[in-house]
Design a protein around this ligand. Structure first.
Ligand SMILES: [Mg+2]
Length: 131
């Protein structure tokens, strides 16, 4: 059965080892990413890129150019920053799978150490103080 699989960009299929360097600065493919995307497509699934980078026109353009550069334009249907209701599954380096067990998720989060601070994110993305 065909599903629409939403795939994150930074840190999932494109290297994000250097962190945020601007809307139009994107990393090389993570090893295995191109093969993964091609195998998904071959298995009959539809693929969309779901990335906050696509929130800005220059970020969306950078992802679209990356897709063309790596020959994926025939297999990736689009790029969006919106979580769309028809996504069947989401592949993301920042996600935790919820399986009706909040205890394990809480334990994981409490141990988690991050290099993204809210202040840094505001600086990167120009987010308001409310976000
Ligand atoms: Mg990511």
């Amino acid at each position: 059965m065909t599903s629409i699989i939403a795939v994150d960009f930074d840190g999932t299929i494109a290297s994000y080892a250097d962190g945020w360097e601007g809307w139009d600065v994107v990393g090389e493919p993570i090893p295995g990413a191109l093969e993964f995307l091609k195998a998904l497509h071959k298995a009959g699934h539809r693929i969309m890129i779901f990335s906050a980078r696509a929130r800005a026109p220059e970020g969306k353009k950078a992802i679209e150019e990356w897709i063309v550069e790596y020959g994926l334009d025939d297999i990736i249907e689009g790029v969006t920053h919106e979580k769309l209701p028809y996504f069947s599954l989401i592949v993301d380096d920042r996600a935790i799978r919820f399986e009706e067990n909040f205890r394990d998720i809480l334990k994981f989060i409490l141990k988690f150490r991050d290099d993204y601070s809210p202040d840094k994110l505001k600086e990167y993305h120009g987010l308001s103080k409310k976000t």
